[in-house]
Ligand binder design. Structure first.
Ligand code: ATP
Ligand code: MG
Length: 651
């Protein structure tokens, strides 16, 4: 690498540098969001390699989502590091298991199970438990929790009672379903995601020569987002270490958002008890967000209850001032979605890249309204769901079709053309479907075409087999191709990531905190941490919104989220409302909706902008604006303007 020694560490502040340059051995960085934890570990890896302490192939860095792992690889590459593995726990385990399987089991590696709920359904049926789709999902969650917590079927009832799991059936019955599920799955010779970790752990724990070979190869371990480690992942990590202590962990206990799935910040907070001579670093400078966003994040987390010692950090914003976070209340969900989509459109027009904008929500079901609103406005978007791009049905079908095509006689037809032709057979139409799941599938398939385009422009004479090999390599590393567009993601999937503009939507009671958390303090606190994760994703623009009813004309039975309490600026609730009313009456001098500055005299009627901000005002907008101001129209939907942000507050 060109970046050797300590030169690259100049891009770090003194505390970050202390962690990055610590000698090999246990290192722990405990710090809040945006303080540069991920940056510190990538620099540490680069530094250890660059200064000759270790070779890239001996490093194994793990994190929790495929996108976060991809982000780590990108940052490593930018630092001149090639060949260091940065993967999710699952991808790492899967890769190791494939390698060791023939020696440990003596068989062809089992496939990943497809359609887990079907298996859970068969298991429920076998034990005589009538279960609808929702109960099946809850049963699957319980099985996942038990496996991640290293709880066997026999021990499930006691373990579940101890942590007061809210179970979909009596615990003895859930245990029976769990047992049956394992039997059915094993006889089908398939593995679920947790099995990848369980079997890899067992291979290392029970086979000396497997462990020896592994430990000889990997010598330096790094874990990002360590606050969300499960007992199963910890056990795998311990099997990797095999008593060694070359382990760097970074995390933020305030971002623990998977307790429900068995994760716990305890290993992070008790790291020094386990490794008394560990280098411990705390960071408090926030390099990601504007002071306005940082202030809000501090308030959110200051309101948290029962914060463990070691997690009381206050972030100090380092960036220049930016716009104040905006709060907006809407009559109903479609209005909220339309307003957000209009704002997005506005940002795009103002030159913000689509990939720098995210709409984040609590549950995936919320994405639909936003997909529709964005599609209506012609805004490209991508939905981040389970992250498991290569496990998607249409992608597996596509891969099968592409593999078959490599053995057919190939002509000297252009690679991209061949790929398009093959993918047409599995559903890649010329024109994209209007929206929803079909559009998502289409986008996923299109992403495969883009890989072909990328390959043929970078590799001379790349053919089908080279292309398929590339895809297989990416699948093994869980390195999904990027789909360009505005990101729609759940708060869970957004962890570790950042965007210039973030919309946190649906901030209403029953959604965030989610209904079933109500009355359970620990669950409500986890919801609050999710909110904190959401707020801290924004670099600059942050919009927080909610709506009072689900459907237009519905009963206004929703209240804004309790987490907003004390966050809304004073003037927002009273003065701003009054001002919006005056604007509507035409008695106040309107201000530019973009920069807040006074409007040019001649532009007053336009209300939406001052004439200095870059955007086009169309005549239709002005006409509709007039309608709205004179009270003839109740609602004002005028993309790309968000004139109605305040208007709906008036309602
Ligand atoms: P999270 O808890 O959300 O995962 P994090 O602590 O991992 O956050 P990073 O993603 O590493 O934070 O850093 C946040 C942003 O701040 C990134 O864009 C990063 O490049 C930038 N940053 C971090 N440290 C510095 C620094 N010393 N100088 C300049 N920019 C920095
Ligand atoms: Mg990070």
């Amino acid at each position: 690498p060109t970046n050797t020694g300590s030169g690259m560490l100049e891009a770090l502040d003194p505390e970050q540098r202390a962690a990055a340059s610590a000698p090999r051995g246990p290192v722990c960085v405990l710090a809040g969001a945006g303080t540069g934890k991920t940056r510190t570990i990538t620099h540490r890896i680069a530094h250890l390699i660059g200064s000759g302490h270790i070779s890239a192939g001996q490093v194994l860095a793990v994190t929790f989502t495929a996108r976060a792992a991809g982000e780590m690889r990108t940052r490593l590459r930018a630092l001149g590091v090639h060949g260091a593995q940065a993967l999710t726990f699952h991808a790492a385990a899967r890769r190791q298991l494939r390698y060791f399987w023939p020696r440990v089991v003596g068989d062809r590696p089992w496939d990943l199970l497809d359609g887990k709920l079907r298996f859970v359904g068969q298991a429920a049926q076998r034990v005589g438990l009538g279960a609808d789709a929702e109960i099946l999902r809850d049963l699957a969650t319980e099985i996942e929790w038990a496996k991640a917590s290293l709880v066997a079927p026999d021990d499930y009832p006691i373990a579940a009672a101890r942590v007061q799991r809210d179970t979909p059936a009596p615990t003895a019955q859930v245990a029976e379903v769990y047992r049956a599920y394992e039997e059915i799955k094993n006889s089908a010779r398939v593995l679920d995601f947790d099995d990848l970790l369980l079997h890899t752990t067992a291979a290392l724990e029970e086979h000396d020569e497997v462990a020896r070979e592994f430990r000889d190869r990997y010598r330096c371990f790094v874990v990002d987002e360590y606050q969300d480690v499960t007992p199963l992942q910890q056990r795998l990590l311990d099997a990797w270490l095999g008593g060694r202590d070359d382990l760097t962990v970074v995390g933020d206990a305030n971002q623990t958002i998977y307790s429900f799935g068995g994760a716990s910040p305890r290993p992070l907070l008790e790291f020094t008890r386990r490794f008394p001579d560990a280098t411990v670093v705390r960071l408090e400078r926030d390099y990601r967000s504007t002071p306005q966003v940082v202030d809000l994040a501090n308030s959110v987390i200051a309101a948290a209850r029962n914060r463990p010692a070691g997690s009381r950090l206050r972030l100090i914003g380092q960036r220049p001032d930016g716009p104040d976070p905006r709060f907006a209340e809407y009559e109903d969900e479609p209005s909220e979605a339309a307003a957000v989509a209009a704002r997005v459109r506005y940002l795009l027009n103002a030159g913000v890249a689509a990939s720098e904008i995210a709409i984040l929500y609590r549950v995936n079901a919320q994405s639909e309204a936003y997909e529709r609103a964005l599609a209506e406005m012609g805004v490209p978007y991508l939905v981040r769901g389970g992250e498991r791009f290569f496990e998607r049905r249409e992608i597996r079908q596509a891969m099968a079709a592409l593999r078959t095509a490599t053995v057919e006689r190939s002509t000297d037809e252009d690679l991209v053309m061949v790929v398009r032709r093959v993918l047409a057979k599995v559903g890649l139409t010329e024109q994209p479907p209007a929206g929803g799941a079909a559009k998502e599938r289409w986008d996923a398939l299109l992403a495969l075409v883009e890989v072909a385009e990328e390959l043929s422009s970078t590799v001379e004479g790349a053919d089908m087999s080279r292309y398929v090999a590339e895809l297989e390599q990416r699948a093994a590393a869980q390195h999904p191709p990027t789909v360009e567009g505005v990101t729609l993601a759940s708060l869970h999937a957004a962890k570790g990531l950042e965007w210039d503009a973030v919309f946190l939507v649906g901030l209403a009671e029953g959604i965030l905190p989610i209904q079933h958390a109500d009355g359970d303090e620990a669950a409500v606190e986890e919801e609050r941490r999710l909110f904190y994760v959401g707020v801290t994703r924004a670099r600059e623009h942050l919009w927080l919104s909610w709506s009072l009813s689900r459907h237009p004309g519905g009963r206004r039975h929703r209240r804004r989220s309790r987490f907003l309490h004390g966050l809304l600026p004073e003037h927002h609730s009273a003065a701003r409302l009054g001002r919006a009313r005056q604007l509507r009456d035409g008695t106040a001098k309107p201000r530019c909706r973009v920069c807040g500055g006074p409007l040019l005299e001649t532009m007053e009627i336009k209300l939406a902008r001052c004439g200095r901000c870059p955007s086009n005002v169309d005549e239709d907008l002005l006409a509709r604006l007039k309608e709205w101001r004179t009270g003839r129209a109740r609602e004002l939907r005028v993309p790309p303007f968000v004139v109605f942000t305040d208007a709906t507050l008036v309602a």
